[in-house]
Write a protein of this length. Sequence first.
Length: 418
Amino acid sequence: MLYYLFQFAERIFELPGERLFHYISFRAGLAILLSLVISLFFGGRIINMLRRMQVGEIVRDLGLQGQKEKEGTPTMGGVIILLAIVVPTLLLAKLENVYIQLMLFTVVWMGLIGFADDYIKVFLKDKKGLKAAFKIAGQVVCGLVIAVVMLYHENVVVRMPKAEAEKQHYVVLEEFKGYDAVRNANVDYVYVKTQLTNVPFLKGNRFDYYWISEFFGDNRHVWVWLIFIPIVIFIVTAVSNAANLTDGLDGLATGVSAIIAATLAILAYVSGNARVAEYLNIFYLPYTGELVIFSAAFVGACVGFLWYNTYPAKVFMGDTGSLAIGGLIAAMAIVLRKELLIPLLCGVFFIENLSVVLQVSYFKLTKRKYGEGRRIFRMAPLHHHYQKMGIHEATISVRFWIITIILAVLTIITLKIR
């Protein structure tokens, strides 16, 4: 909204400095500052309100050190994160941008699913929360919307040389001439509809979902949705649930998410900047530059929330925050065509989720084979395993942050790996 206000002021009043709002870097900086102000200034007030409403965490006794001390700590603090993301985005981003609209839908929709789950647990005193079928249905709807927009919206395109598009028989939406700074020459470019995605180690650093649908023959462009939609739904469901599982220690999911969001901001910048994309030889994705502003608000919201969520936590994000964060990370990776890098970038989420799957599967297998279930880990998810080993939760959280930083750097390095 401020973006449009300053555009109007530029046309009517010619105020000095109003052109600053044309720069993504300036608006991204403001988004971080504003999200920090919202989460820090209003966070304490929201926590006090939750405390007055007796919105406290119900803790099951799992035999973990310091666990019962968390009883009664306000939950549903994810509302702080949502406000600190949505408000700066509404004020500073271009709201007609399809990617911004998609991110706003994702954060609100997944936040509502998490809020419903927390509400049932806290106010209706049902420890099971929202029924799994309804929660999964909500995640499926979110994934479906993201996939359909990616497949059919006219502004979701990839820029590439015309010769390459003709060679691959892509659907061309627009042709134009552009300057290739790397080749130092004018090139015929086109915007194409394609389900290309970046992946390291393969020729050209790319993978096309059309390749999976080759058995449809000449109609593979029509039927690729049969492959793409289930994959997107799976990614959104898996990442949002993984973020939920990771949210088990003070500051763990929040810190990890802040690092991932910062990495996604870098990926959004290089993908939305034609010159940088050419230099790195990655896809130039028109209109994705606005996601830098959204990512900046995401980073500021997580860092601001960490002020209250770090050990000893004054508030928990609850499913309101964790499902929204996981959904956002999945959605951003998909629209930036970096979804195949999720196991690397979100390695902590991935291993937390995997530890639960392995623990449950191994327990059932050994119970069927030996009549008594056995465990791989002392407790799952993995962070509880380390707690059982006597490591303090603050130490576990910081070490997981460090691991996430390493994985984030490796993710960025893959941009140049061929």
